[in-house]
Design a binder for this molecule. Sequence first.
Ligand code: HEC
Ligand code: HEC
Length: 346
Amino acid sequence: MFSVTILADTTTTIAWVILLVAVLGWIVYGLANIRSSKREIGSEIKLAANRKPYYDDERLEGEKIERTQFIGLAFLAVVTIALPLYWILEPGRMVGAEKEFQHQFETWGGGLFATTADGGYNCAGCHGGMKGGGGVASYAITDPKTGAVEQVNWKAPAINTVFYRYSDEEFRFILDYGRPFSPMSAWGLVGGGPLNDQQIQTVLEYVKSIQIPRDENGKLPAAKQQEIQAEAERLVKAKTYATVGEALFNLDLGSGNFSCARCHTKGWSYGQPQITGGGALGPNLTGGSAVRQFPQRDEMIEFIKGGSELGKKYGQQGQGSGRMPAFGLMLTDDQIASIIDYVRGL
Ligand code: HEC
Ligand code: HEC
């Protein structure tokens, strides 16, 4: 890729040199012409080009025609060599240009992503810096019954794995409309935010560029999955949770982006969890509802791995909105199995 870019750069440089030589040549030719024409003033009749006797036949059919043919041949050679050469170099130039544009978009997106102090829209301020590793945002919640207002710290999930879980389309939806019940406000113009479609797209390109690099199967690298496992096992050992499944459901790594509770347990995100799995952005999973929705365990595994899709049916009578993330590339099959055991027992 790199050498191709260099090739493309070299081609551009050569083209510039040729252009420069050609332009300079024309200027010199033009000046020379003006000078010689000035000297002709008053003597046009004698010196007019079309009144001079021309070469004799010998010269015309000999030296002159040969020279003309040679020039023609030379141009033909240039065309036959230059065209294939252009053809060879063009894909490289295109790749180079694409890379350049990509880089440009990521840089612009990074500018929008940056903290307010750095002139951005503060994604970095809430989501854990320019790498998006997860953070918190202060937020005021109102008690629905008493109307009392309370200041809380709301977990802002790590977004350096967001494309393991969501499609581009789903990401744009989240950005456009935000999570209106939380500190994540709407950013797209359609949702009443400040960013136009192009800006949302450049933010998307930036967020793509900070994703944790995938393993060869497109999954979260094994080291990261082991880190998740180790943390879950530690919590079981510490008796915080009874099973690995329960620990994974409630896990707080990356501000909850590897777990379920932040969407399925009201209050989990600001340290006041109510009934576990009792429903928040995601539906209530208690009272055996997961078993009712997915009488077949396999079907539930498919759903947790693939997430929901806008408009698509899932389970018995579920219709996806695209907001239930896909966990198939994030967690191991064993981890998903233990979460499912736990959820089916809720
Ligand atoms: C004021 C703090 C704040 C700012 C600024 C902010 N976010 Fe968020 N964002 C959050 C919180 C909190 C959530 C989680 C909401 C919830 O509990 O569902 C979130 C959720 C998200 C999600 C969904 C992740 C998931 O897995 O559910 C994405 C993607 C995201 N934000 C991207 C961005 C981008 C890009 C920007 C900048 C344009 C941004 N956020 C600005 C606080 C913020
Ligand atoms: C970003 C928020 C979010 C996270 C994180 C999340 N879910 Fe969901 N979940 C949803 C939403 C929203 C739905 C409803 C379907 C839809 O809108 O597409 C849903 C639906 C479900 C359903 C179907 C429930 C029904 O009765 O229809 C199950 C089961 C489920 N989620 C389990 C999980 C498990 C297990 C995890 C963790 C591995 C998890 N969810 C993580 C948001 C989330």
